[in-house]
Design a protein around this ligand. Structure first.
Ligand code: PMP
Length: 285
């Protein structure tokens, strides 16, 4: 059975429990990261740790371990569970408090590390591409709760995801209040249009995705023109290629958006090239 790290100790999955008074549970008051393990390597660990500390800083949550200590805890959780390829969920919650929302009543943040397998989408979709819809649920505005903060409040994303499932799709495209494309419910979005690879800037409300950063870097190394630009659904509908990126999703082609075929309705050449280069970059065997 998988062993879960909670505040420095390991518990079998069935006994890995936290208090119902933890504000992570009561209010979604906490931050998290999803990290891949490829061929026994914890992929982009420093980047994930840095983003976690930035998220925590933004919500004034002091993580009770140094970055080095937390990195070592993640490595230890990987070792204890011995998964060659897998996924790490690293969570820091506000900790146990009373029934009010005041974080001052929570003296000790909780640190939880779960290691397991993950398969976000059916394998065949990586070959034939997937269909997405645009959600009517707008992405949380930067001014309300900046999505740069990878917080445990995922209801905004879940409401969009429910719309996708209801429409028989796997993901939902989310727009901001200006009608510009932000990202999907759990992934960043890229379009390839008129010879340029484009993704929305984080100022739209998109997460500064770590997979997104890698893809932009790889694409530049391949000599592609890469730009962070504001665009609307129209540019998605009329793009030549489209794909989504995320730690769990990796790179997945999108071939239909709101019933419109993207390009010729098949995963595009640039998408396939980037999927191959990304696979090499992860070192997965
Ligand atoms: N956007 C959202 C809303 C996400 O939850 C995620 C992570 N699942 C991403 C984008 C992708 O980020 P990353 O590549 O860092 O996993």
């Amino acid at each position: 059975m998988m062993q879960v790290y909670i505040d420095g100790k390991f518990f079998p999955k069935s006994k890995a429990n936290i208090s119902v008074y933890d504000h992570g549970f009561l209010y979604g008051d906490g931050v998290f990261e999803g990290i891949r393990i490829y061929s026994d390597n914890i992929f982009m660990l420093d980047e994930h740790i840095n983003r976690l500390y930035d998220s925590a800083k933004a919500i004034r949550l002091k993580i009770p371990l140094s970055k080095t200590e937390l990195r070592n805890a993640v490595r230890q959780a990987h070792k204890v569970n011995g998964l060659k390829n897998g996924y790490v969920r690293l969570i820091v919650t506000r900790g146990v408090g009373d029934l009010g929302i005041d974080p001052k009543k929570c003296p000790k943040p909780s640190i939880i590390i779960i290691v397991n397998k993950i398969a976000l989408y059916p394998a065949e979709l990586y070959k034939k591409g997937m269909e997405i819809i645009t959600a009517s649920t707008q992405r949380t505005p930067v001014s309300a709760l900046n999505p740069q903060i990878k917080s445990m409040n995922y209801l905004n994303n879940i409401l969009a995801n429910i719309e996708a499932v209801n429409a028989g799709a796997n993901e939902a495209l989310m727009l901001n209040s200006s009608g510009n494309v932000v990202e999907c419910s759990g992934d960043n979005i890229f379009i390839y249009r008129n010879g340029t690879l484009i993704t929305p800037p984080t100022s739209t409300g998109a997460l500064d995705g770590i997979t997104r950063r890698i893809v932009m870097k790889i694409a530049e190394q391949e000599g592609l023109s890469v730009k962070e630009l504001i665009f609307s659904k129209y540019e998605v509908y009329t793009s030549d290629e489209c794909f989504l990126t995320g730690t769990a999703a990796e790179l997945i082609p999108v071939v239909k958006v709101d019933g419109r075929d993207i390009g010729n309705g098949k995963p595009g050449k640039i998408t396939r090239l980037l999927i191959n280069k990304f696979k090499k970059f992860t070192g997965e065997k």
